[in-house]
Design a protein around this ligand. Structure first.
Ligand code: HAM
Length: 449
């Protein structure tokens, strides 16, 4: 097979055997977000480039090195979104969502694009689940947003993620901090990378986030932002910690977290894993109280996070986290002859409307080949319809697991099959419950009494 081309470097296909996993994660994320009052927002995959150069910041790696930017046929500079926050806030401002009750709680599942060097957990097209809570300066909102991310990890059964938090202050406390950083990094001018030299004057805090090992080593000794926080920022950070304590969320304060995007103010946080290699940050977020203003709106405090779905799935793979089983084919109706095929279609149509997963032959194969296909699908039940079954109005329903055959009447089959399928899943549930009970019951009783 000589393919014309393969998938572009840094992109990934999600094949049918895997898609149920991502669907489960996405559905769970939306459910939990809903419980917290977040509603989905969908924004375009591409935006005017200036949204990101202004919003994300033109001294960041994302804007300087990683954006997929091109001129469209109308000569506009367009960029594929490298992240979800800027687009969500643009939409919030453009559609006057600030006139709705605040805070507006927004969430999204999006693809993002960054021209980074691909490696495990780092792609050029990746997916994020993100939330943005817009219109509140309260530290209680910081704790709530962090709690949402934690609940999702807990619900999915992911463990071992460490929550690290920091405060990177406001423009006011950063003035003094920038001076201290400039004084510190000036001594290392000959060693800093080209990009960081350019950052020294404009945004020295960005140097702390540089991926070059040399700059990283120099940054390790740099002054810490937490020593330069103004009273308000310090108070805010203390309250965030008190609220996290109140809801039993464990964290460590890591004064080295600055995050890779320029819009952050005050609280920043990351959920980090040591199990998936160098790209261990599964979720990152924080406050961005100045972004709305930066994008031309009124001053509106806000915060949020985004988690990388691929990194999350990598971690779940590593931890062998279980996913709920994919819905199986409940019934396969094999048929021979046109009359039987039509009957199979009619029964299938009705059962599908009742939520059953049912298939019939759409490939014109022999009954033997159809049964082989049903087997490969893992069909729970099969039924063969031919001229005899159509004329007698009866057929044999076979339970593929036990091999047991039951005589069924075609006229009442739809209702009968629903009952049979319910009985079967009750029996399976009972069986698994009994197995669990025999293993755990004594220890459970022991613990309780
Ligand atoms: P970020 O830290 O740039 O923040 O990205 C968030 C998450 O996206 C990362 O923790 C990681 O899991 C995933 N991610 C980032 N880049 C890649 C990549 N190249 N390949 C695979 N996964 C990746 C943001 O994007 C902010 N918008 C988060 C936020 C929302 N802050 C406030 N609200």
């Amino acid at each position: 097979m000589a393919l014309v081309t393969k998938a572009v470097k840094g992109t990934q296909d999600i094949l049918p055997g895997e898609s149920f996993k991502i669907q489960y994660i996405e559905a769970t994320a939306l459910d939990i977000a809903k419980a917290y009052g977040f509603r989905e927002i969908r924004t375009p995959v591409f935006e005017h480039t200036e949204l990101f150069s202004r919003g994300v910041g033109d001294t960041t790696d994302v804007v300087q090195k990683e954006m997929y930017t091109f001129d469209d046929k109308g000569g506009r500079s367009i960029t594929l979104r490298p992240e979800g926050t800027a687009g969500a806030i643009r939409a919030f401002l453009e559609h006057g969502l600030f006139n709705e009750p605040l805070p507006q709680k927004l969430c999204y599942l999006t693809s993002c694009y960054r021209y980074e060097k691909p490696q495990a957990g780092r792609l050029r097209e990746f997916h994020q689940f993100g939330v943005e809570c817009v219109g509140t300066a309260s530290p209680a909102a910081d704790a709530e947003v962090i709690s949402l991310a934690k609940d999702l990890f807990d619900f999915l059964g992911v463990n071992g993620l460490k929550l690290e938090i920091n405060s990177i202050g406001c423009p006011e406390c950063r003035k003094k901090y920038y001076e201290a950083l400039r004084a510190y990094f000036s001594d290392y001018k000959s060693e800093l990378c080209e990009t960081c030299l350019g950052r020294l004057e404009r945004n020295p805090m960005r140097i702390l986030d540089c991926k070059s090992p040399v700059c990283g080593k120099i940054s390790a000794g740099a002054p810490k932002i937490t020593d330069y926080l103004c009273d308000d920022c310090r108070d805010h950070f203390e309250k965030v910690q008190a609220y996290l304590d109140a809801i039993d969320i464990e964290y460590t304060v890591n004064p080295r977290i600055v995050r890779g995007l320029d819009y952050y103010t005050r609280t920043v946080f990351e959920f980090v894993s040591t199990e998936i290699g160098a790209q261990g940050t599964v979720c990152g977020g924080g406050r961005y109280d100045g972004l709305c203003e930066e994008l031309g709106g009124a001053k509106t405090p806000a915060l949020g996070f985004a988690m990388g779905i691929e990194r999350l799935m990598l971690l779940m793979e590593k931890q062998k986290t279980e996913y709920p089983a994919e819905q199986k084919c409940n019934l396969y109706i094999a048929s021979t002859g046109d009359g039987a095929l039509k009957k199979a279609m009619q029964i299938t149509t009705q059962l599908r409307r009742d939520g059953m997963s049912v298939q019939f032959d759409v490939a014109g194969r022999s009954v033997k080949a159809q049964m082989k296909y049903a087997n490969k699908l893992g069909a729970e039940f099969t039924m063969v319809l031919g001229d005899d079954e159509i004329s007698s109005g009866t057929a044999k329903l076979k339970n593929m697991q036990t091999g047991k055959e039951t005589q069924v009447t075609l006229d009442t089959f739809v209702d009968d099959f629903m009952n049979i399928a319910i009985e079967q899943s009750m029996a399976a549930l009972q069986e698994s419950f009994e197995i669990d009970e025999s293993i755990d019951i004594s220890s459970i009783i022991g613990n309780k009494f």
